[in-house]
Design a binder for this molecule. Structure first.
Ligand SMILES: [Fe+2]
Length: 232
């Protein structure tokens, strides 16, 4: 089985996915903490990689690569459905363009490292400008089972939930999630996302009513999602 350790630096969240002896670093901005965790647990850092190439996610790469013999996996190495092996256990790569063209997610066991594609309670900004591919990436992640644990690239929980409440004032699941929020272990399950994250709720009645009230196009899923993205 693979384990996950979360490393906060500011509101950024980076990760180590590790087995008994090997580890993969994803977004290692907290490189000092990661190195000492690796040492303490006798782990060989085998790979260093990123969910996308924004500097707040890649800032630890050089330090980690200098301090270890880890192999760097860049975007060209992260092809869709590629398997990365850590202690002969597999981690799947999903290309999820939208936030940026080079955004990827890492799926290990029942956990998903979702970068700035899917956050706990919201989704990323569409810096790529390609809303349609962002929508398809979100749809792809929505197909994951309820028990999937979402580990995102930032802790935006407070602001995300405030906005989700603004859109759906009567959704009590948002408050339930806020009450279980732990800044030392920021995550959610896909089941929780389906209950609280407006950008996954474009087929739910309260969201459809909201779109009607705003006189936005809503006849297809894609229209509803796009309309929802336009609400500020
Ligand atoms: Fe980003």
């Amino acid at each position: 089985m693979l384990n996950i350790e979360q490393f906060r630096y500011g509101d950024n969240l980076g990760y180590l996915i590790y087995g008994k002896t090997q580890a993969l670093v994803v977004d290692g901005g907290a490189w000092q903490k990661i190195l000492s965790f690796g040492q303490k647990n006798n782990l060989t850092l085998a790979f260093v990689t990123n969910t996308h190439q924004h500097y707040d996610h890649t800032s630890g790469n050089e330090h980690l690569l200098k301090a270890t013999k880890a192999k760097f996996l860049g975007f060209v190495d992260l092809t869709d459905n590629k398997e990365i092996h850590v202690d002969s256990e597999k981690i799947m790569v999903y290309r999820t363009p939208g936030h940026t063209d080079d955004s990827v997610c890492f799926h290990a066991g029942s956990t998903l490292l979702s970068g700035d594609t899917l956050f706990n309670g919201t989704i990323g900004n569409c810096f790529s400008g390609n809303l349609k591919s962002f929508y398809l990436s979100i749809k792809r992640l929505m197909a994951l089972p309820d028990e999937t644990i979402i580990y995102a690239g930032h802790d935006y929980v407070r602001d995300s939930l405030a906005f989700a409440r603004h859109l759906e004032p009567e959704n009590m699941d948002i408050d339930t999630f806020w009450n279980s929020y732990d800044p030392d272990d920021v995550s959610s399950t896909m089941a929780e996302e389906r209950r609280i994250n407006p950008y996954l709720r474009f087929n739910e009645e309260p969201i459809i009513k909201l779109l009607q009230k705003n006189r936005l196009p809503l006849s297809t899923e894609w229209e509803r999602w796009k309309s929802l993205m336009s609400i500020e």
